[in-house]
Design a protein around this ligand. Structure first.
Ligand code: PRP
Ligand code: ZN
Ligand code: MG
Length: 223
């Protein structure tokens, strides 16, 4: 990979994390010029550019060295670290950012009983987080089958393609709308700053250092 002299931060192109992430970077003194394709935003003052992508792609982009940092949900980062091998282990959660709080939960049809994870034995669970779900099932020694879906997971029980789901819950509105109820929590999530395990040794390392200092100041003021 060509060495870069500008820092590159990946964040969600459109979604719940987009506005608060941009707002946080602005308060760290970073402003960006929106490009025409809107996928790459050039940093105006500092040598820091933005890449606007699907949130699920962010850990991979950092692992490949295409981006230096990412603002992404802990759920997405943990799924990546759990599922993929060697390179993924070198990714770290550097700072919790205090927005985008949600949980990765088991949700069951309103009329289904749930007392312990063992109640899930033999059932089919739809999720976009097969790595985290399989890990949890292993820990609980539950033998259930995992049905992986990219989205609209909440509809699966109604369609009959799964008995229950494991998905993100924020307000709970989506569950209610689909006659599901939250039954267990696998992971408490929020937006985090993700990066490689070790700082780059070139000037990007210094830039990251500076950015972290500003970030800590901004987070402290907000608390
Ligand atoms: C997330 C998640 C749930 C919903 C939960 O999806 O997958 O479907 O939000 O939020 P609620 O509890 O406030 O209803 P999102 O709308 O972000 O889209 P995605 O699933 O396509 O990523
Ligand atoms: Zn997503
Ligand atoms: Mg969803």
């Amino acid at each position: 990979m060509k060495p870069r002299d500008r820092l590159r931060i990946a964040m969600q192109k459109s979604g719940r994390l987009t506005e608060p992430a941009l707002d946080l970077l602005n308060r760290c003194g970073l402003t960006f010029r929106q490009s025409r394709d809107k996928l790459f935003c050039f940093g105006e003052g500092e040598p820091v550019d933005l890449l606007l992508v699907r949130d699920d792609d962010i850990p991979g982009l950092i692992a490949q060295g295409v981006c230096d940092l990412g603002i992404v949900g802990r759920n997405v980062l943990s799924e990546f670290k759990g599922v993929t091998g060697d390179g993924a282990a070198a990714l770290a959660e550097w700072r919790p950012l205090g927005f985008g709080r949600c949980r990765l939960s088991i949700a069951v049809p309103q009329d289904m009983e749930y007392h312990t994870p063992q109640d899930l034995a033999g059932l089919r669970i739809a999720t976009s987080y097969p790595g985290l779900l399989n890990q949890w099932l292993r820990e609980k020694a539950v033998n259930a089958s995992v049905v992986t879906l990219a989205g609209s997971v909440e509809i699966a029980p109604k369609l009959g393609t799964a008995d229950l789901i494991c998905d993100l819950v924020q307000s709970g509105g989506t569950l209610v709308a689909n006659q599901l109820r939250e039954a267990d929590v696998l992971l408490q999530s929020e937006a985090v700053l993700a990066g490689p395990d070790a700082l780059p040794t070139d000037e990007r390392g210094d830039m990251i250092d500076l950015l972290l200092k500003r970030l800590d100041g901004v987070i402290q003021v907000r608390e």
